[in-house]
Design a protein around this ligand. Structure first.
Ligand code: UDP
Length: 264
């Protein structure tokens, strides 16, 4: 891993009330690998703000608290990066959680397999993802996976069951695919009891790794239209969310633009 990817001179950019790390993709990958190499089982976690998170963060205090304690906050979404540039506080690039997780697998050390636990997705999906990961990445060992039932977060028995599994396996990396804001709130509530070296709140990444959902083709991502591909692939579930975000986010951006012009 390149030493130029160090985060020592780290900068956090304030945007829409959220402090986002000004890091490149390569720096984010290197930082998570450093936590893993430290092997202190402190469970530093990564959150990945996109437009939907920014909208929720305006009124969800528990999500704000989860963000405040995150060790790495990376901009997952071109609208967030574009807004940062319009506001004169440019973030270097988009660092999507769904790209970060496979990149961590790609860069795992063959001499010290990366021990991963997958938490989330529909029943059976994490198991399929585990099989796919192990057949594709020789340096990754999926030490455990669990797709908890809906509403599990309110069931202390379920929470304890997950923590017990994590304590048994002590993974290097916990991939949380519980959707936002559940995954951020869950890891925030329990991170002091999670003996992983790092955790990534990664949305639908487990579905993608299982082949249960497909990412937008590269050319669509290049045109920054991955959001459109997602809405079209799950219109019932996502149309309302994206419609709300499309209404609220431009207003937030306008408010922030006016504020920053008033300061100049
Ligand atoms: N999910 C889950 N448990 C829940 C709610 C959701 O495991 O209680 C999973 C769901 O099956 C899917 C992922 O969380 O795999 C949510 O993906 P989504 O696209 O909503 O993630 P987002 O883009 O919101 O982060």
């Amino acid at each position: 891993m390149s030493t130029t990817a160090s985060l020592e001179s780290r900068v956090r950019v304030p945007l829409f009330g959220v402090a986002i790390d000004s890091v490149s993709f390569e720096q984010a990958v290197a930082q998570v690998h450093r936590w893993i190499a430290e092997n202190d089982h402190q469970c530093r976690y990564v959150v990945t703000p996109n437009v939907d998170h920014i909208v929720m963060l305006q009124h969800d205090e528990a999500l704000c608290a989860a963000y405040a304690d995150a060790s790495l906050v990376i901009a997952d979404g071109w609208p967030v990066v574009t807004a940062s540039r319009l506001l004169g506080r440019p973030l270097p690039e988009r660092v999507a959680g769904s790209d970060l997780v496979p990149a961590l697998f790609d860069t795992a050390d063959r001499h010290r397999p990366l021990r991963v636990f997958l938490l989330g997705a529909a029943p059976g999906v994490a198991r399929t993802a585990a099989r796919n990961i192990e057949s594709r990445w020789g340096a990754v060992e999926v030490v455990g996976e669990y797709s908890p039932p809906l509403g599990f977060e309110h069931d202390e028995g379920e929470n304890e069951k997950i923590l017990r599994q994590l304590q048994v396996h002590r993974p290097d990396l916990l991939v949380l695919g519980l959707g936002a804001p559940k995954q951020e709130k869950w890891v925030h509530r329990f991170h002091s009891q999670i003996p992983a070296n790092a955790a990534v709140c990664a949305g639908a990444t487990i579905d993608f790794l299982a082949g249960h959902k497909t990412r937008a083709p590269r050319w669509i991502q290049k045109f920054r239209l991955e959001w459109l591909h997602r809405v079209l692939s799950e219109p019932r579930r996502l149309a309302r969310r994206y419609a709300r975000d499309a209404w609220v986010f431009p207003r937030l951006l306008l408010r922030e633009l006016v504020r920053s012009m008033a300061k100049r």
